[in-house]
Design a protein around this ligand. Structure first.
Ligand code: HEM
Length: 446
């Protein structure tokens, strides 16, 4: 007979408060205590279900009708209401099938090669500047947002807009930061700040500008063979079988501008921090990159020679998953494994704490890229930085190939060093963000 998931010993409200104020430590304590998961009652809110076991996680993520996305409301909807990251059901499947071809093998090659060219010119600039102190996270954001806009939307937004975007994302991060309001009763309104409203307007207007320019160039018969995502969306507009809600294309552009760069920028920053702290791993990446890369920009063809660099990135995504959790709402009541879960329950899949659980990873706190050469089945089953199931990340191939080339190119020619406490103050927004950037020294090798 199905039973309910167990609850932690303290009263629901206390657990809720700890969840809202000391989220990471709370999730780690829950992870250590419960094999499958827990259900926590919070007064005035639906129960909070935290899934800790990889089998239950896989099953929940495979059943999007029972474990649905949480609809975009309030501040999130001010940026995009119906993009692929937010939508569900028929709209989601229509949108996913329109954009999916833009993420196939040809696009991955184009993305990897464009990333290679962009990192080559960034590395040339860094070499000209010489030793410098800079915000590593800003550098990585400006690189990835420009590559994402060029590849997905057919236009590089340029340095000024990329810097502006970084600032908008910082403001949005503050707005979306996890805190007490996470556990306040649902009727308590949470107002948005003027700075956030301005950032949301800026992102929408930037998206509209990109759409208008691409629409005009398509109408003028320019670049009609383009296979980028925005072109696919604009072509679909004329298809009688396609039904776009108002602002759908703008929502997708804003969504992809964000989803297409932020997590990748964070993951690159975190990997470079780890390599600064683990000199032997950095030495091995450098040795591999020196043997694999030629004189010009790195390309997709170099990837097969960069196995250790790939493992390094994979391991950094385990320890610092930029999407630190996946969120769902139960459309039920439903059965999951041997458990019944209440209708309306908020479900959290805490990738951060699952990825650091000693039941699945030997020496879970160690940065050990070679664990991925050993392919321990427990580790493989528990590792989900891109989620899984129908909503699994559509940009996974792009991120893996682009990031590997960036890391190889930078580590070959530069020491990027950060202080030991660079990642001590991480903030939980929908992504895991450094509170105040990452101050790094970039030193060209002789
Ligand atoms: C290291 C980089 C990345 C990480 C860690 C990451 C992580 C994730 C995760 C965990 C999800 C699942 C969210 C959920 O189920 O609620 C997701 C979905 C998604 N990601 Fe990524 N992502 C990355 C890069 C990218 C890139 C480069 C793009 C676009 C070019 C992208 C676009 C998306 C989209 C559109 C979805 C929603 C897919 C759907 O529901 O059909 N991501 N990503």
């Amino acid at each position: 007979m199905a039973r309910r998931l167990p609850s932690p010993p303290k009263a629901g409200l206390l657990n809720g408060l700890r969840f809202g104020t000391d989220t990471i430590r709370f999730l780690e304590a829950i992870q250590a205590r419960f094999d499958d998961g827990t259900s926590i009652s919070i007064p005035g809110r639906p129960p909070l279900v935290i899934l800790t076991g990889p089998d239950l996680v896989a099953e929940a993520l495979d059943r999007p009708d029972d474990f649905t996305r949480i609809p975009a409301r309030g501040a999130v909807a001010m940026i995009a209401e119906n993009g692929l990251v937010q939508s569900e059901g028929d709209l989601w499947s229509q949108q996913r099938s329109i954009v999916a071809p833009s993420f196939g093998g040809r696009q991955v090659t184009a993305y990897a090669n464009t990333t290679g060219e962009r990192i080559e010119s960034r590395a040339t600039q860094w070499a000209e500047i010489g030793r410098q102190r800079t915000d590593l996270h800003r550098e990585m954001t400006s690189l990835t947002v420009r590559v994402a806009s060029e590849i997905l939307l057919g236009e590089d937004i340029g340095k000024a807009s990329a810097d502006q975007f970084h600032e908008w994302m910082r403001i949005a991060g503050e707005e979306f930061e996890f805190g007490l309001e996470t556990v306040l009763p649902e009727w308590v309104p949470t107002p948005t700040s003027p700075a956030f409203r301005e950032a949301a307007t800026g992102i929408r207007e930037l998206s509209e500008g990109l759409i208008e320019r691409r629409r005009t160039s398509l109408a003028a018969g320019e670049r009609t063979d383009a296979s980028d995502m925005l072109t696919a969306l604009l072509r679909a507009e004329g298809d009688p079988d396609v039904d776009f809600p108002t602002n759908q294309i703008r929502d997708e552009v804003a969504t992809f501008l964000i989803a297409g760069h932020e997590t990748t920028a964070l993951s690159l920053s975190y990997t470079l921090c780890l390599l600064s702290w683990y000199p032997e791993a950095r030495r091995r990446v450098r040795e591999e990159a020196t043997a694999a890369l030629g004189d010009g920009p790195p390309t997709r063809d170099d990837l097969s020679e960069l196995e250790y660099t790939k493992r390094t990135y994979q391991e950094a995504l385990r320890l610092y998953p930029p999407a630190w959790a996946v969120f769902r709402r139960v459309n039920g009541p439903v059965k999951l494994g041997g458990y019944t879960i209440e209708d309306g329950a908020a479900v959290i899949v805490p990738l951060w704490s699952i990825h650091r659980d000693a039941r699945y990873f030997d020496e879970p706190d160690a940065f050990d890229p070679d664990r991925w050469a050993r392919r321990d089945p427990n580790a493989v089953a528990a590792y989900r930085p891109f989620a899984s199931g129908p909503h699994a990340c559509i940009g996974r191939g792009l991120a893996l190939s682009g990031a590997t080339l960036v890391l190889a190119r930078l580590v070959r020619d530069f020491d990027v060093d950060v202080p030991d406490d660079a990642l001590d103050d991480l903030r939980l927004t929908p992504t895991l963000r450094p509170a105040a950037g990452i101050s790094a020294t970039i030193d060209p090798l002789d």
